[in-house]
Structures are given as structure tokens and as C-alpha cells.
Design a protein around this ligand. Structure first.
Ligand code: G1P
Length: 292
């Protein structure tokens, strides 16, 4: 069955980004000048997922507004003859049909995904986490959809990380199936690195069969006292094959301020507009501060 829908859990309180997230959704924090969630919706739209459900928290109306038409702004840009900006603004509202459901309590990622059930129904669907940005040229989601098409099962993204870092991720116990593809034997959320079954981390891209909703109903609070998506995937993997698509480049972590800064710099130097001048400045800055 063709995958048409994407779910973007975005309700987190963003505590690692306070005070920026006190009155603004974390997913709206920009990478240079584009909100992270727009980059994620663009990624979904590129592979044909034009039905997007955002799981938002209280007070996160900025997300809905961002993907809506903005007659006042559009009228202003039109009157000023700013055609390029006008087109860019209009294009955002044409990217996808964006729906929003509210997560009323911060009970965890598993709970957030379970709220998508009524919208998704009995279809396979993708989940994209806005903390993990994937480079626009990386074919990760397209490859995951291809694997889903081939095997008809759930596919999660996996990437090797330094062993101590596995404590910050879901950790996959893999069994090699083919190049770039493992079968998930088990998966455990944020394990102690000493006891982790591997250094293959779950990265925030998933393609699920609808059976994930049944297992999400059966999980109990896990790591951090939250309902963990990883625990549901582990249950699912015991009932039907779950695959992990292994990739190793093109992922930017924007989950905390330091990694966010690194991602912003990396993506800024690649930009056609500000990139060349920023690169020159960066080089000059590094020399002035004797960093190189
Ligand atoms: C979430 C998931 C985790 C996954 C990670 C990827 O964790 O629970 O399994 O490895 O995203 O970024 P979080 O970063 O929300 O703690």
C-alpha cells in the first residue's frame, strides 16, 4: 500500500532550548531563516507525503499559522513588488495539507504517535522528528519507502554513533539482511552504553505499518517515565519483521543548543545566498580568534 501520510510529533516542551521555547514551539526555531519544521515538511513533500499531521502542544498555534495562507503578508509583499518573497511565502502553504492534533499532556513520543491513529487509519505512514534534520540531498526517506514497498513492513532509520553516545538514543540490535538493511532483533530506549547491544542509534525517521497503533496501546511508561515509541517498535518487532535502514551521512542533530549551532553553521555555509560571505567571515573569525 502506498504511503501518503506523515506524522510530525512536535509537542515537546523544548526544555533544552529555554528560554527560546518559553512562548514559541521548538519546531519553529529557524535554521538560518527557515523553521526546522518547514524543512521537515519539505522533506516529506519531496517523497510524495502531502498529508501531514503535526502533533502539537498547547499554545503552539504558530505551527498551524506557518503553513496557512497569510493574506495580510501576501498583500503587503505584492504591493511592494517583492515577487520572490511572495512566491516563497505562498509555496509554504502549498507544500502539504497540514493538519494538527493536540497532545494534551507530555506523556512521551509513543503517546504522541498514538494520537495520530484517527487521522492515519488503517494505512502505513511515516513519522519524522523535527530534532533530526536530514540534508535535502540525502535520499533517506525515499530509500525507507522503497524498503517498505519491497517488504511491506515497518522501517526505521539507523546510524552508527560513538558508543558512549548511544545513551541518548534508541539502540538497535541488528541482524544484517542486505547492504544498508538490517532486521531489528530488538530495540531499547537510551541504554547504558556498557550494556547496549550495538552502537546503532535510531534516528528520527520511521515508516510504520498500522499495527504500530495496536502495540502503542500496550506499552507502559519506560525510559524517563514516558510512553516510548521505541518500546512499541520493540514489541512490534517480536510480532512482525521490522527493518532498519542504515545510513551514515546527511543527518543534523538540532536537539540541543550546541548541536543546533553546529547544524546551523554547516547548513549556512552551503546556502547559495548567504553561504559565500559567511564562509569568508568564518575563516576570518577563526583566524582572528586563533582557532586555526
Ligand atoms: C527520540 C527517540 C529515540 C531516538 C531519537 C532520535 O529521543 O525516543 O529513540 O533515537 O529521538 O533523535 P529524544 O531525542 O526525543 O530523546
Amino acid at each position: 500500500m502506498i504511503v501518503r501520510k506523515a506524522v510530525i510529533p512536535a509537542a515537546g516542551l523544548g526544555t533544552r532550548f529555554l528560554p527560546a521555547t518559553k512562548a514559541q514551539p521548538k519546531a519553529m526555531i529557524p535554521i538560518v531563516d527557515v523553521p526546522a519544521i518547514q524543512l521537515v515538511v519539505e522533506e516529506a513533500a519531496r517523497v510524495g507525503l502531502h498529508d501531514v499531521l503535526v502533533v502539537a502542544g498547547r499554545g503552539q498555534v504558530a505551527i498551524e499559522d506557518h503553513f496557512d495562507r497569510s493574506p495580510e503578508l501576501e498583500g503587503f509583499l505584492e504591493a511592494k513588488g517583492k515577487t520572490e518573497q511572495l512566491e516563497a511565502i505562498r509555496a509554504i502553504s502549498r507544500l502539504a495539507q497540514v493538519h494538527v492534533v493536540r497532545q494534551q499532556e507530555p506523556l512521551g513520543l509513543g503517546h504522541a504517535v498514538s494520537l495520530a491513529r484517527a487521522h492515519v487509519g488503517d494505512e502505513p505512514f511515516a513519522v519524522l522528528l523535527a530534532d533530526d534534520l536530514i540534508h535535502p540531498s540525502a535520499p533517506l526517506l525515499a530509500e525507507m519507502l522503497r524498503v517498505h514497498g519491497k517488504y511491506g513492513r515497518s522501517v526505521i532509520a539507523g546510524m552508527e554513533v560513538p558508543k558512549p553516545d548511544i545513551a541518548s538514543y534508541g539502540c538497535i540490535e541488528p541482524e544484517r539482511v542486505e547492504d544498508h538493511l538490517d532486521r531489528v532483533v530488538s530495540v531499547i530506549e537510551k541504554p547504558d552504553p556498557e550494556r547496549a547491544p550495538s552502537n546503532v542509534a535510531v534516528i528520527g525517521r520511521y515508516v510504520f505499518t498500522p499495527e504500530i497503533f495496536d502495540v502503542l496501546d500496550r506499552i507502559t511508561p519506560g525510559s524517563g517515565g514516558e510512553l516510548q515509541l521505541t518500546d512499541a517498535i520493540n514489541l512490534l518487532a517480536q510480532e512482525q519483521a521490522v527493518y532498519a535502514y542504515r545510513f551514515d551521512e546527511g543527518r543534523f542533530d538540532v536537539g540541543n543548543p550546541l548541536d543546533y549551532l553546529k547544524a546551523t553553521v554547516e547548513l549556512a555555509v552551503e546556502r547559495e545566498d548567504v553561504g559565500p560571505a559567511f564562509r569568508d567571515w568564518l575563516w576570518d573569525f577563526a583566524q582572528r580568534r586563533k582557532l586555526v
